[in-house]
Design a protein around this ligand. Structure first.
Ligand code: CP3
Length: 351
């Protein structure tokens, strides 16, 4: 990390990742820069395509800062996408309106052999430039998070060529052709390590590894394709940036959350909204900081249901290391007034 202890001492989320219980807990939201914000929609329209926005340091910095200005979150998250890695590896990514991401699906071993890890991070230079610009523009006390997709989740999109409900194409590919799939995972681990190291060196305080599709795997596959690659990323990043702070988000991992925490070496774990909070308090929080886990639909509904969920979160997890967040990203239908209500409720809470 390029900055000394003093610069990060005021950053609440950094303190939690470094081992302190902070109350009220720091707050940010997954997908906090996004279509639920009118100012995001305006900048997005100006940029052209979604990927043009990701690769435009000036506009990507602007949309990263928008939710910080509006809500005063404790952390900003780099505006980019997990699919810039496949793009940099030579699999062209397109985002068409209303259809989500599209790539040419990987069907053969040769296509995996041809992925170009060398130079991938250099091809992502605009994203790394964005990290430095965000840090320079952010208030001193706001934590800056970088991120990447976890190899498993990124691979699911590379193999299917699009989002699917259960990632059957990648699961079938990994059963049928395990050696080729392992090679794909190795290339994703190597490029993710380089990419995260570059983000940390450019000024990110910590990084999050998004494994949105961890929850579709059986136990044996979960160990192979979620725990092992995440551990390899954690080790690889810390070999180059000693003490690097890393948040894992293995969405939907159920009972396997405990092994994920014990075996990957992450500093914090993002919990989806189905993770029971007493289980989190007893089995996860003694070992790591926990992040989450309000149902994102409560950003649509708000009201008493939101208040009750926030109170329950604080009551069960507020005494230990907690980062208040949702259990997954806020949706385009999320309402600004409910985000404000969430933040106020957390900051006014008493133990
Ligand atoms: O959290 C943030 O505010 C930072 C930016 C961020 C985006 N995507 C911006 C985005 C982050 C961290 C991501 C991660 C991401 N991208 C994940 C993992 C987390 C998750 O939400 O599950 C995944 C699986 C992707 C892949 C992806 N990108 C999909 C499936 C889609 C389409 C679905 C959708 O919401 O439209 C995207 C597009 C995307 N990434 C948008 C944003 C703001 C919306 C596109 C737009 O603005 O037109």
């Amino acid at each position: 990390m390029s900055e000394g202890q003093n610069a990060t001492a005021d950053r609440k989320l950094v303190r939690v990742l470094d081992g302190e219980s902070v109350f009220p807990p720091p707050i940010w939201l997954m997908r906090q820069a996004g279509r639920y914000l009118p100012e995001y929609r305006a900048t997005r329209a100006e940029a052209g395509s979604f990927l043009d926005l990701c690769y435009n340091p000036e506009l990507a910095t602007e949309v990263t800062l928008q939710p910080i200005r509006r809500f005063g979150f404790d952390a900003a998250i780099l505006f980019s996408d997990i699919l810039v890695i496949p793009d940099a590896l030579g699999r062209k990514v397109r985002f068409s309106e209303g259809h989500g991401p599209q790539l040419d699906p990987i069907t053969t071993d040769e296509e995996i052999d041809r992925l170009r890890v060398d130079g991938a991070v250099e091809r992502l230079a605009p994203v790394i430039e964005t990290v430095g610009r965000i840090r320079a523009a952010l208030p001193e006390e706001v934590t800056l998070l970088g991120f990447c997709g976890a190899p498993w989740t990124v691979a699911t999109y590379m193999i299917a060529g699009e989002g699917t409900p259960d990632q059957a194409p990648a699961r079938l590919f990994a059963y049928r052709n395990e050696a080729a799939f392992a090679k794909l995972m190795e290339k994703l681990v190597a490029s993710s390590v380089d990419y995260l190291v570059a983000q940390l060196e450019a000024g990110a305080d910590a990084v999050q590894v998004f494994d949105t599709w961890a929850g579709v795997l059986d136990e044996v596959s979960f160990r192979k394709w979620v725990i092992e690659p995440t551990r390899a990323i954690v080790d690889g990043v810390r070999a180059k940036v000693p003490g690097a702070r890393i948040i894992g988000f293995p969405r939907g991992s159920g009972l396997l959350y405990t092994d994920f925490v014990a075996e990957t070496g992450v500093n914090a774990v993002g919990m989806d909204w189905t993770v029971p909070r007493e289980f989190a308090r007893d089995r996860l929080q003694p070992n790591v900081a926990v992040q989450g886990n309000i149902d994102p639909l409560l950003m649509i509904e708000g009201g008493a249901a939101l208040d009750a969920s926030v109170d329950d979160l604080v009551e069960k997890l507020g005494r230990g290391r907690l980062i208040a967040n949702l259990g997954h990203g806020i949706t385009p239908q999320g309402r600004i007034e409910n985000v404000e209500r969430f933040i106020r409720r957390v900051r006014d809470a008493r133990l």
